[in-house]
Design a protein around this ligand. Sequence first.
Ligand code: NAD
Length: 442
Amino acid sequence: MTGQVNRRVHEADSAVVDKAVRAARQAAPGWAALPVAERATWMRRLSEGIEARFDDLVAAEIADTGKPLEQTRTLDIPRGAANFRAFAEIAAQRPSEAFHLTDVLSYTVRRPLGVVAVVVPWNLPFLLMTWKLGPALVAGNTVVVKPSENTPGSAALFAQICADVGLPPGVVNVIHGYGTTGQLLVSHEGVDGVTFTGSTRTGSSIMKSVADRVKPISFELGGKNAGLVFADADLDRAVEGSVRSVFTNGGQVCLCTERLYVERPIFEEFCARLAEKAASVTPQPMISAEHREKVLSFYALARDEGAKFLTGGGAPEGPGYFVEPTVVTGLPESSRFNREEIFGPVCHVSPFDTEGEAVALANDSDYGLAATLWTTSLDRAHRVAQRLEAGLVWVNTWYLRDLRTPFGGVKLSGIGREGGTQSLDFYSEPTTITIKLESADE
Ligand code: NAD
């Protein structure tokens, strides 16, 4: 985030990828054979291992990303520990399915996929990695993880934590590298399934890499999330909540709002208050020079297309890949600014006149990850939420998560759902066993 080198990691070539996959394959039968309660105990040990290295993990995550200390201490690293605990509980308490007709009994057993490739991005490196590892491991899979080339630190430390708590060798393997390493991993014939969080473009490329072997895939991809603010909203909450949903982590969260639609009677007041708050948000560095250039190119595009900047629009002087928190208005829906994921501290605000128009505007996107709506009408909240084409809808809040609920997106935002039993379903395959019961001679 400043261009300075803070650590060096080894770039895995095909020989290293092969070694990691072989290690995972070797460990797979033994790990899968453990009772689920025992694997759940390992998950709790990993969680304790994370807590024991809490400060080191916080430091590694901040050195790689430039995140604020407060967010890293209260969200990124604690959620990592919570992910292992949550999936230990969910898996240990999960009932199996059975269907019983008079003379037919069917029941389902679930088997792990085997070796799972875990490929993750740079924006919430530890949180997103552990969100996949918890369910994959407790379901009985072994894993090869490839963190982003931008953020190898917390994953490298996590590999050490696995060794420190005595996890059997080969169950978790961490390799580093660019997209080329990721591609070697996902297409390796020893990999049985792929779980990926990252951009839609990379997701599409991975899909092609695994097509020949028809490997199961779980994809959490990009977003272009809408926020709807109705005139009956609690304006203080709507402004405060929108500031969070646009600017958290410098806008580098897949769930961040980039398109705000505000009912016309409160449009001017909402814009003025949002811009005022946005101007006081402390800028956070973008992950890389390249990403900063991308965000700034969208600011330039908005300027070229005649947008009105309510605040921001530039980059502060000095070291670090900072850009200004920015609010713009006045662009058509067809602008690339309103259609493509920018992934920076920026949103566009437009007015709307009717509920139907608001829903249509929100749904007019190639993406469908998350949406947020602000209203005090209970009827409207339910009515609108159910019409939004998004995997996640928040009402009068944002990024409030119960880890048992399905998480993921529709359209270009992904395939499948993570969270709770949905994760466990992806990381295992059911076999249905059906028995014909003969009636006893009376
Ligand atoms: P990215 O797609 O560039 O990279 C993600 C990972 O994939 C990295 O580890 C990268 O090295 C690897 N990779 C790149 N090319 C590959 C290939 N051909 N085969 C295999 N692996 C390859 O994404 P990013 O820039 O790191 O992350 C930002 C993106 O992630 C944004 O689009 C954001 O919306 C998305 N994201 C989505 C969610 C979600 O839950 N839906 C969460 C966080 C981030």
